[in-house]
Write a protein that binds this ligand. Structure first.
Ligand code: F6R
Ligand code: MG
Ligand code: MG
Length: 363
């Protein structure tokens, strides 16, 4: 039987603004998921948060895009909003729930999701990455490093099981169309697309030798659904590891440089992507910097074993310090580009309202 890993997340209310998720919401989600284990709908779960995003990680046997599973997650977010977020007057209660009624699939309704289904190997380690204050395209450079860059992933060169390369499925979020690009031979074309992470987003990575799923990322762009600024999309990512996939250490190596990503304050700024342990999974300075938590699990007989907090390690401390220094530097630009995002990215923020008011001063 194939096991499905689902990560479904939403910002349904923050504690002290957009900083973190309060324990009351985490407890509500845990209780609800426990009930769903008891009824047999799901097999196992882990509830956590990335900044102000509530993250539901769970396994089941129902496959990806399953209506019953998506409805369960949607109802959980809806009920938690009513029973917890609104009652406690949490900030932005229910902010990511952009539709009223569930219509078969949670995709396009506000919450973000990454899902993958696979036949379990003898041992199946996975890593789950969850970000706050950035957009889905933030994973592009990291996925490229993990699966296409031999300077990051030694196995691409050394290990015959990785040597055939990987296929990247890239979504054009504007046209709603997908491209399939093979590494190594298509990497220049791949980079021509994914170097624009606001528009082209890596959705899946598959191993070329046998078509096995290697990574699945969320691609939700809230502003494109709502037509206005409703917070950044705060993406999630599932990556399979070892025995023909990048080793856990090769996956983590990609995060040893805090690359610049879009998001941060008001979803309107470029900033360094800081890898943090769960205890630092709360945004602080200038509502950031954008950050990512990583959890490692074994998927065993349909259940999750773990997690291990992957960035809770001294070898990432200097990365966080580097990110803090980059934050210092880039913040000095204040309202100037390229710290503030360019006009096409600002279209969905509140800046156009300000510019509109200025029109009367035009001579
Ligand atoms: C970024 C984010 C925050 C808010 C900022 C202003 O994704 O959610 O940076 O944009 O705190 O929030 P409001 O407009 O709610 O006061
Ligand atoms: Mg929020
Ligand atoms: Mg968030």
């Amino acid at each position: 039987m194939k096991t499905t890993v689902s990560v479904i997340k939403a910002d349904i209310g923050g504690l002290a603004g957009h900083v973190t998720v309060p324990k009351e919401l985490l407890e509500f989600a845990e209780k609800r998921l426990r009930e769903n284990v008891e009824t047999g709908l799901i097999n196992s779960f882990y509830v956590t948060h990335a900044g102000d995003d509530l993250e539901l990680i769970f396994t089941h046997f129902k496959g990806v895009d399953n209506e019953e599973i998506h409805k369960m997650a949607w109802d959980l977010f809806k009920d938690a909003t009513e029973k917890v977020s609104k009652k406690l007057k949490l900030y932005g209660a229910g902010q990511d729930l952009l539709r009223d009624a569930f219509s078969g699939n949670i995709r396009g309704m506000g919450p973000g999701l990454a899902e993958m289904e696979f036949e379990e190997r003898k041992s199946d380690p996975i890593a789950i990455f969850m970000a706050d204050k950035t957009e889905p395209g933030a994973w592009n450079i990291y996925l490229y490093k993990m699966f296409a860059d031999p300077f990051n992933t030694a196995g691409l060169v050394i290990d015959p099981k990785l040597h055939d390369g990987f296929t990247f499925t890239v979504l054009d979020v504007v046209e709603g169309k997908e491209y399939k690009m093979n590494s190594p031979e298509d990497i220049y074309d791949l980079l021509a697309l994914i170097g624009t992470p606001s528009r082209y987003v890596i959705k899946y990575v598959h191993r070329r030798s046998d078509g096995e799923i290697a990574a699945a990322a969320s691609t939700t762009r809230l502003s494109l659904i709502a037509g206005r600024y409703v917070g950044k999309d705060d993406p999630v990512l599932i990556v399979r590891s070892q025995s023909g996939f990048p080793a856990m250490g090769e996956i983590l190596e990609a995060f040893s440089t805090p690359y610049l990503v879009a998001g941060w304050m008001r979803g309107s700024h470029t900033g360094p992507f800081m890898p943090v342990p769960l205890r630092y999974s709360k945004v602080a300075r200038f509502d950031g910097p954008p950050r990512v938590v990583g959890l490692g699990f074994q998927v065993t007989d349909g259940k999750l074993i773990g997690p291990v907090d992957l960035f809770d390690d001294p070898s990432f401390e200097h990365v966080r310090m580097m990110a803090a220094r980059i934050a210092d530097y880039i913040r000095r630009h204040g309202p100037f580009m390229p710290h503030r995002l360019g006009p096409e990215e600002m279209e969905y923020t509140t800046l156009p309202q300000v510019l509109e008011k200025l029109r009367k001063r035009m001579e």
